[in-house]
Write a protein that binds this ligand. Structure first.
Ligand code: BEZ
Length: 187
């Protein structure tokens, strides 16, 4: 069999197993400490209220945590409430803002924030089409449970636009290293 044919077969196999990425693109590569935060538009409250990540996170020290979905049990009972409760403690350690991101629409994120009394404590931003999640390489295959691709559970510290700390749950959904209590200990 020719070398070209072997290459085609290898690419086909990788595509079938959902692992294909080109040599020149960073798609599927997880973000790492030291990387610049990807620049995308997130959405706050409504689809016409864009929040550009470069504008929001270039100056100062910020926490961004990502969740698989608004109103899901782990996110609603543990992950978001922890950051709401600890926001003042985190800010006392030099954190300028705490933001929750999820692949949901902005209306849902707003309603979830209201439900969790997050106003003034945790900013609720929608990664509506998953662009931020994809650029971070943190896509969670949750179609069977939540209907579409979501974001792995993670927490990061962004300092002057660079990722300074990144805790991604090893199984994508667990509630360990991405919790407010865990991150607080590392600040
Ligand atoms: C959760 O409870 O947070 C959860 C539920 C289903 C999928 C992912 C997360």
């Amino acid at each position: 069999m020719s070398v070209a044919c072997l290459r085609v077969r290898a690419v086909c196999r990788a595509v079938v197993h959902g692992r294909y990425f080109s040599r020149t693109s960073a798609v599927n590569m997880s973000a790492k400490v030291g990387d610049s935060l990807p620049e995308v538009d997130l959405f706050e409250d409504t689809p016409d209220n864009k929040v550009n990540t470069k504008d929001a996170f270039t100056k100062g020290k910020h926490i961004i945590f990502g969740v698989p979905g608004a109103f899901t049990p782990g996110c609603s009972k543990t992950h978001l409430p922890g950051y709401v409760e600890d926001s003042e403690k985190l800010k006392a350690k030099g954190i300028s803002s705490v933001t929750c991101v999820s692949v949901n629409d902005p209306f849902v994120m707003q309603a979830w924030g209201e439900n969790q009394k997050a106003a003034g404590k945790v900013r609720m931003l929608a990664d509506t089409c998953g662009d931020f999640t994809n650029k971070l390489g943190l896509t969670l295959d949750a179609a069977a449970i939540l209907g579409n691709a979501r974001c792995k559970r993670f927490a990061m510290v962004v300092n002057d636009g660079k990722i300074e700390k990144l805790n991604v749950e090893p199984d994508g959904t667990g509630l360990t290293c991405s919790l407010s209590t865990s991150l607080y200990e590392e600040l």
